[in-house]
Write a protein that binds this ligand. Structure first.
Ligand SMILES: [Zn+2]
Ligand SMILES: [Zn+2]
Length: 323
């Protein structure tokens, strides 16, 4: 890679986080932030919170605190990582869908019925959304269960205060895991639809975003990473995860560990027994416990601690040690 290419990529990385604000497919798209603000006002008004609304939504110790600074730092670090190390491999999804499309007729023969153009768009949108949601639940669950993965996912959970930017607080290794999961799922689902339908495979979109994701983002997905406790009706929290249910996922109380692992849908947590509803939890503090949080107090510590802990793990089970 020439110096001018490196320079162009660096410029792309620096502008990437700002592009999110104008991208309807991203949660930080300004209209979604505004709809979240309106929902925050609803919570403020209903809960009869004392003091001004602005102070409730934008407390200095949350937005300018040490934990938030790490979030902001990771957003820019990950943008550089994405541009240099993840972007070049995203085409793999297209290769995968192409090979799935070629493989299916060999195994099952050609399909007897072909989907119409409308059926293709509606079914593809639903199947892709549900398949992505399930695959993200599964990889998230693995990140909580497998100790090596947990070391990297812990960076997301080490946030002691949350803002919508905390969603992007991930270790680069977690970014790789999520990208591989999403690319595999999209590649397989798209390949299956290319096999079933002669029409162009595309999602149903509104203002450039998948309609189902759009609904999720308009209705307060940004409040999941915040202190605004938006809860849904009991019955609805078995189908869709409310922002407060994700906040429970960030609780440092061991009773709440490994719960509410889903993304949009609550049904996976409900089916696999990891669901906690809002009415089952009184109070929460975000984080992983005060003792451990000191290891994640700066950008550098968040990047390095997982590797330090892995090294310790390897030494503990090394050839000279007995189990
Ligand atoms: Zn988690
Ligand atoms: Zn989270």
């Amino acid at each position: 890679m020439s110096l001018s290419e490196v320079y162009a990529k660096l410029i792309e990385a620096v502008t990437l986080p700002f592009n999110n604000l104008t991208d309807p497919e991203d949660r930080l798209f300004i209209p979604y932030l505004l709809s979240s603000l309106a929902l925050a006002f609803f919570v403020y008004y209903r809960s009869k919170i004392k003091g001004s609304f602005w102070r409730y939504v934008f407390p200095k110790d949350v937005w300018l605190g040490r934990s938030a600074m790490v979030d902001y730092g990771l957003i820019f670090f990950n943008a550089v990582f994405k541009v240099f190390f993840i972007g070049p491999y995203l085409l793999f999804g297209i290769y995968l869908s192409y090979h799935v499309e070629l493989l299916l007729p060999e195994v099952f023969g050609y399909p007897n019925v072909a989907l119409t153009a409308t059926q293709t768009i509606i079914l593809y949108t639903i199947v892709l959304t549900v398949a992505l949601d399930l695959s993200i639940y599964l990889i998230h669950r693995l990140m909580h269960v497998i100790p090596i993965f947990w070391e990297f996912h812990k960076v997301h959970h080490a946030a002691t205060t949350m803002t919508p930017f905390t969603k992007y607080r991930s270790h680069p290794i977690e970014l790789i895991l999520i990208t591989v999961t999403v690319t595999l799922t999209m590649g397989v689902v798209t390949g299956v639809f290319q096999y079933l339908s002669p029409h162009p495979i595309k999602e149903a979109t509104l203002i450039g975003a998948n309609v189902l994701s759009l609904g999720f983002m308009v209705f307060g997905s940004n409040l999941r990473h915040s202190h605004v406790q938006l809860k849904y009706f009991k019955w609805l929290e078995r189908v869709l995860l409310s922002p407060y249910q994700h906040q429970i996922h960030h609780s440092d109380n061991p009773e709440h560990y490994d719960r509410n692992l889903g993304s949009k849908l609550a049904i996976w947590d409900w089916m696999f027994g990891t669901l906690l509803r809002s009415d089952q939890v009184e109070e929460i503090r975000f984080g992983i416990g005060k003792q451990d949080e000191a290891n994640y107090s700066s950008l550098w510590k968040n990047l390095s601690t997982p590797f330090v802990n892995l090294w310790r793990m390897v030494r503990r089970i090394g050839p000279n040690k007995h189990f």
